[in-house]
Ligand binder design. Structure first.
Ligand SMILES: Nc1ncnc2c1ncn2[C@@H]1O[C@H](COP(=O)(O)OP(=O)(O)OP(=O)(O)O)[C@@H](O)[C@H]1O
Length: 246
């Protein structure tokens, strides 16, 4: 039997009572990576916010780990295991990597901080190497890893990543995608909104295409990548044989 961590059932959501997301339904299996694909303003970030609880719920249901959560606050959803890394830089740039990681522990009992941070440093040695650096002095990709690690310290079972590779050089984007793959391999279910659709689909199990706030298409990442309409609209037309076989 498939195990679903998240189920959306006819979700409608928006801002100030005005719907942006209309009647969206889908299910996410545990430990998988899913990418939301869509043009500018299609509602990808809003759908992510609706799952986290930071926009208006206007109808339909959200079941997370067997519980109905659509009426819960972001804090309650966070406590249940939904972690959100929003778009843009969100660390404390004048604090060191160590201090940022301590900030990421603020909801945990004090006696657990050290063990959790040590485990995180073991998983992501770059953070150990830069432990005394100010976060603001790290590269964009390193800051993205730090910010995701800060959220992972609370051990979420669902991680929402809004544009993790935005503004990064292509090589660093690749590193961030590898990092996301490792997180999912550890059993965390990941939902990604990405401007680099090609890169995101390469690491994803599944993709959900949105158009004007509605689900337009859903399939395996490979199906969506090979769909001629999607390739034309979001992947810059025809991909080379090399890219397709990656
Ligand atoms: N805080 C807000 N208040 C009111 N409307 C908003 C707010 N944030 C976004 N919107 C509107 O919601 C619609 C969808 O925006 P959203 O950011 O979810 O799309 P997106 O698919 O993530 O786009 P992009 O790829 O350009 O970031 C847009 O019309 C936008 O103007």
């Amino acid at each position: 039997m498939l195990e679903y961590l998240l189920e959306l059932d006819g979700l409608t959501a928006g801002y100030a009572g005005k719907p942006i997301i209309h009647d969206v339904s889908f299910r996410l299996e545990k430990g998988t990576i899913t990418t939301f694909v869509g043009g500018n303003g299609a509602g990808k970030s809003t759908l992510m916010r609706a799952i986290y609880g930071s926009c208006d719920h206007l109808g339909g249901g959200i079941i997370f780990d067997g519980r109905q959560i659509e009426k819960k606050t972001p804090w309650e959803r966070y406590e249940l295991g939904i972690g959100f890394v929003p778009q843009g830089r969100c660390n404390f740039p004048d604090m060191t990597v160590a201090e940022n990681l301590k900030m990421g522990c603020y909801t945990l009992p004090r006696n657990e901080h050290r063990d959790r941070i040590d485990a995180m440093l073991e998983s992501f040695p770059m953070l150990a190497r830069k432990i005394r650096e100010k976060a603001g002095n790290l590269s964009g990709g390193e800051q993205q890893v730090l910010e995701t690690a800060m959220v992972l310290l609370s051990e979420p079972s669902l991680l929402l990543l809004d544009e993790p590779s935005l503004g990064l050089a292509p090589k660093t984007q690749g590193e961030v995608f590898e990092f996301v793959k490792r997180i999912a391999a550890d059993g965390v279910t990941v939902l990604v909104v990405e401007q680099n659709v090609h890169g995101a689909l390469l690491i994803s199990d599944k993709a959900i295409v949105l158009e004007m706030g509605r689900k337009f298409l859903e399939g395996t990442a490979e199906e969506v990548r090979n769909n001629p309409n999607i390739r034309h609209a979001y992947l810059g037309g025809n991909l080379s044989e090399e890219e397709v076989s990656e």
